[in-house]
Design a protein. Structure first.
Length: 399
């Protein structure tokens, strides 16, 4: 078997195992436990070979055909595997620390419990791969494809997943502390019980979903209604994940984005029901900030309070007296009978609307905490009216 980039077999270089020569480099070869460290096997044809427990430190397997190969418990630290074809390969418990697998094809590969710390998998295709309990701390995974991949309990602390495609991926109980997920596609991604921190970088998912909406593999997002539904669902998943980690501010922001997406979905529906839902959502945003933002309701209260005071000034009261009159009217009822005419109407309206605004303020203050409490409870199938969280510190084993 000759090297596809060379004229003879002799150009395969195997310096550390005299029992293996260039003619042995062929499909279905058996190199279990062999020492192939520092070997030059670029473009080698080793499809279906047995390399289990082989020592391949610093080996050059650039663009090699390793489909279906057995590399279980093999030592591949600092190996050059860029553009290698590892589709269907067995890499269980393999040591791939600091290896270069840029643009590698790992479709349906089994990488369970592999040591992949500081590995470079940028632009690699790991669609449907099994990375359960894999150690990917400090790994470079930018723009990699993890479509329907299993990353359950994977350790991704400090990993770089910028622009990665995680559509349909499972990240249940994964460690995402300080992980960079900027621009990552999280559509239909499961983040249940994932460990997040304030340093975990996650962009709002709407823009990324809009970017891929027209792609052939995301035709289901071609309609606006479907796109906004997807944005809402991703934000709901993020809200729950943030809530489980006690990241209340991030959970509130995710809730607002979820409700905004539902509002746009209702408007895009172009039905009477959709229009009514859109109008109700606009009112909710303007008056209560979807139940979690204080600025809208406080803004409404200030406009009502100061606007009414302005009317009282025009009715002959002094500025200080008008502010006092408006404040008392806003919170209870007019301290003295208002003058007939405009002042009387404004005082009546301020009493009613002020009481309503205070009720809204209480609703927002109560909902801001319930957003993350109820999200956690629902994930655990508990009653959010009685359940109380127990958010602890990150243990050393999780770091």
């Amino acid at each position: 078997m000759s090297n596809s980039n060379s004229g003879s077999d002799s150009e395969y270089h195997i310096p550390n195992d005299s029992s293996i020569n260039a003619t042995d480099i062929k499909p279905d070869a058996s190199f279990s436990g062999a020492d192939l460290s520092e070997a030059d096997l670029s473009h080698a044809e080793l499809r279906g070979a047995d390399l289990s427990q082989a020592y391949l430190h610093d080996v050059d397997l650039h663009a090699a055909d390793l489909r279906g190969v057995d590399l279980s418990r093999a030592g591949l630290s600092e190996a050059s595997l860029s553009r290698v074809d590892l589709r269907g390969a067995d890499l269980i418990e393999a040591n791939l620390r600091r290896a270069d697998l840029t643009e590698a094809r790992l479709y349906s590969a089994d990488l369970e419990e592999a040591d992949m710390r500081e590995i470079d998998l940028s632009r690699a295709n790991l669609t449907r791969s099994d990375l359960m309990e894999t150690d990917l701390r400090g790994a470079v995974l930018s723009e990699a494809q993890f479509i329907v991949a299993d990353l359950e309990e994977a350790h991704l602390r400090n990993a770089d997943l910028r622009g990665a495609n995680l559509r349909g991926a499972t990240l249940i109980e994964a460690n995402l502390v300080k992980t960079n997920l900027s621009g990552a596609l999280l559509w239909e991604t499961s983040l249940s019980d994932a460990l997040l921190s304030r340093q975990t970088t996650l962009d709002p998912p709407g823009q990324r979903l809009q970017e891929v909406a027209g792609d052939n593999d995301t035709e289901s997002l071609s309609e606006s209604v479907d796109l906004y539904d997807a944005v809402a669902r991703v934000n709901y998943e993020l809200k729950a994940a943030y809530s489980q980690n006690g990241l209340v501010k991030q959970a509130r922001n995710a809730r607002v984005r979820e409700r905004c997406a539902r509002r746009r979905e209702a408007k895009a529906d172009e039905t009477l029901q959709g229009t009514l839902e859109w109008g109700a959502s606009v009112m909710s945003q303007a008056t209560t900030g979807y139940g979690v933002q204080l600025v809208p309701v406080v803004g409404v209260m200030l406009v009502l309070l100061l606007g009414s005071a302005g009317v009282y000034v025009d009715s002959g009261l002094g500025i200080q007296q008008s502010l006092y009159y408006s404040l008392v009217t806003f919170t209870t009822s007019p301290p003295s009978p208002p003058k007939p005419g405009l002042m009387q109407w404004v005082a009546g309206a301020e009493t009613f609307l002020g009481t309503t605004a205070i009720v809204f303020l209480g609703y927002v203050l109560g909902t801001r905490d319930r957003v993350w409490i109820c999200s956690c409870a629902r994930h655990l199938s508990l009653d959010c009216d009685t359940w109380r969280p127990n958010v602890g510190l990150i243990s050393e084993s999780q770091r």
